[in-house]
Design a protein around this ligand. Structure first.
Ligand code: HEC
Length: 221
């Protein structure tokens, strides 16, 4: 029936395009519906959390960890409620990942704590005896890049209308305001940490990468 199509390269190309475009639309369209609106109570990342997220991307944590819980009992039993698209509304880029060498981290903030992360990132085997995850000791030395994180927040606010500075939401304000916010948030994390270098540096006004990373991991709920 369609042999005439196979013999006509032009119409065949058009037909291939139509079929692929249709399949694409079926996948993409749901993301423009109510489904993809931020779920209720979802707030944009704070500047400190964004700095942590940038570290997560820089270190390729997503090469070993997914952030997407599928609707299967085996997954929801282990990680909690499956993911819905509205939860990713402020994620740019998405960090769904495609490989799980380690566990999914979508809701790791609901069952791990600051001090657990501190021990784990310093030396994973100290809390998970047979862990094959690498240690990230350099994060206790390197400073977090708060300025770039602030620039990212400003950019997504402007370009994607991410709702910063709305009543009851996350405050962004001027660079000076943002630095104050970051400091206050970092304080709550440093208070729960034991690493003396990180504490001393914080007293001098430096925020180490580990502090930002933990702020980000704690926000994953
Ligand atoms: C080479 C692969 C690999 C990389 C890269 C990696 N991890 Fe892991 N991660 C693992 C494995 C395996 C585990 C499970 C064992 C353990 O808990 O240490 C794990 C566990 C974890 C856990 C505990 C999760 C839970 O539910 O107990 C956290 C949190 C975590 N990783 C965060 C990170 C972060 C943040 C980075 C990037 C800085 C990172 N990982 C990079 C392999 C990796």
């Amino acid at each position: 029936m369609f042999s005439w199509l196979e013999k006509n390269p032009f119409f065949f190309a058009v037909a291939v395009f139509v079929v692929i475009a249709y399949a694409g639309i079926v996948e993409v369209l749901p993301n423009f519906t109510e489904n993809a609106r931020p779920i209720e109570g979802k707030k944009p990342y704070t500047v400190l959390q964004l700095a942590g997220r940038q570290i997560y991307i820089k270190e390729s944590c997503n090469a070993c960890h997914s952030q997407l819980i599928r609707p299967f009992k085996s997954e929801t039993d282990r990680y909690g409620m499956y993911s819905v698209s509205g939860e990713f509304a402020y994620d740019r880029p998405f960090l769904w990942g495609s490989k799980r060498t380690g566990p999914d981290l979508m809701r790791v903030g609901s069952y791990r704590t600051t001090d657990w992360h501190e021990n784990h990132m310093w030396e994973p085997t100290s809390v998970v005896p047979h862990s094959i995850m690498p240690a990230y000791k350099h994060m206790f030395k390197n400073d977090a890049d708060i300025e770039t994180a602030y620039a990212e927040a400003l950019t997504v606010k402007k370009v994607f209308n991410v709702p910063y500075d709305v009543p009851g939401g996350v405050k962004l304000g001027s660079w000076k305001d943002a630095q104050e916010e970051v400091k206050a948030e970092a304080q709550t994390i440093v208070d729960e940490m034991k690493n003396e270098e990180v504490k001393k540096a914080f007293a001098k006004g430096e925020i180490k990468e580990i502090v930002a990373l933990i702020a980000y991991l704690n926000s994953l709920k």
